[in-house]
Design a protein around this ligand. Structure first.
Ligand code: GLU
Ligand code: ZN
Length: 320
């Protein structure tokens, strides 16, 4: 096991890491509020990070909207937000380090070539990479010289299970090699992949506790592999049960994608959103608590482990 940020005496540092690909919705509000409560109830730090490295999907105009929505909920953060696209140097340095240590290699495969070789992964359509370019090129320059193509970079993943110790989900085992294979850390267009950026930034910001939705639990396995390859500590993970509708179904676009800015523009009191979050987290603090009213005695470990339901009544209270 790699080094763990498990020293209970060191203050908690967590992060709120929206991707400005769309408006923040109720699921984000819940994750961010719980992350914030976890850190602030322990006198810890909260870092804001804008994950905007995917140039095709991110919209600059949404950066301010995301931060405004977070502030509207009554959550705050320390220092200036880290905007990933503003400083690529730490990610490039990590890529070079992984290349130099033989943990990463150049891959010239196109998406179409990879798709032609592999069946889509059951859950999310993610392609498993079969290792076509592993051991093929000495370096990205050599890859260009021999194929005339730009190359991406992949992490060489050893086969076998990796256990993520999650404070809420327990021990969760993943076989990254079997699930996704050697995954991209830099795309062929040189865009830095989410997995690498998160690991580099969590280390730069001294993040001790990652609190986020459990859709990212499989990503934690990949991130741990990267932390080990880079010699970085593994933070504590708290993957939150997802938000469902009252029938237990994942929130649909129609029901769950109520943008926080839409609520704000309709004049909704942010405390009604906080009240729903509090109810869903088993905290009862009256009909309209402020986020700060939930701080006293907050314990993320006491969070109900079942998915958080957003009932029709909840919705009706939120969207009058
Ligand atoms: N930016 C990611 C998202 O909005 C969160 C990544 C993370 O928390 O590690 O889903
Ligand atoms: Zn390849």
């Amino acid at each position: 096991m790699g080094p763990q940020a498990s020293d209970r005496t060191c203050p908690v540092v967590t992060r709120l890491a929206p991707s400005p690909t769309g408006l923040l919705h109720l699921g984000h509000a819940r994750s961010f509020a719980l992350a914030w409560l976890h850190a602030r109830s322990r006198g810890g730090r909260v870092v804001a990070r804008i994950e905007d490295l995917d140039r095709e999907r991110c919209k600059a105009a949404l950066v301010d909207a995301c931060l405004r929505d977070i502030a509207w909920l009554g959550l705050d953060w320390d220092g200036e937000p880290r905007v990933q696209s503003r400083s690529l140097e730490p990610y490039e340095r990590a890529c070079n380090e992984l290349l130099a240590r033989g943990h990463a290699y150049a891959c010239t495969c196109t998406r179409a070539e990879i798709a032609a070789l592999s069946a889509p992964h059951a859950d999310d359509g993610e392609q498993r990479y079969l290792g076509t370019c592993r051991g093929r090129f000495a370096s990205p320059d050599a890859a260009r010289a021999s194929t005339g193509r730009d190359s991406g970079l992949r992490l060489a993943v050893h086969p076998g299970p990796l256990v993520v110790h999650d404070e809420l989900c327990g021990e969760c085992s993943f076989d990254v090699a079997a699930e996704v294979g050697d995954f991209l850390i830099r795309r062929r267009d040189r865009a830095i992949a989410y997995q690498l950026a998160v690991v580099v930034d969590d280390a730069l910001d001294g993040v001790t506790d990652v609190v986020r939705g459990d859709d990212l639990l499989p990503s934690a396995a990949r991130q741990i592999l990267l932390q080990r390859a880079l010699g970085l500590p593994t933070p504590r993970y708290w993957h939150l049960p997802l938000v469902t509708d009252e029938h237990g179904a994942r929130l649909s676009k129609r029901r769950g994608d109520i943008g926080l800015s839409q609520l704000r523009e309709r004049g909704v009191d942010p405390r009604t959103v906080v009240a729903w979050i509090a109810r869903s987290a088993g905290l009862e603090r009256g009909p309209r608590p402020a986020a700060a009213d939930l701080l006293a005695g907050f314990d993320l470990r006491a969070l109900p482990r079942a998915p958080a339901a957003l009932s029709s009544a909840d919705l009706a209270a939120l969207v009058p």
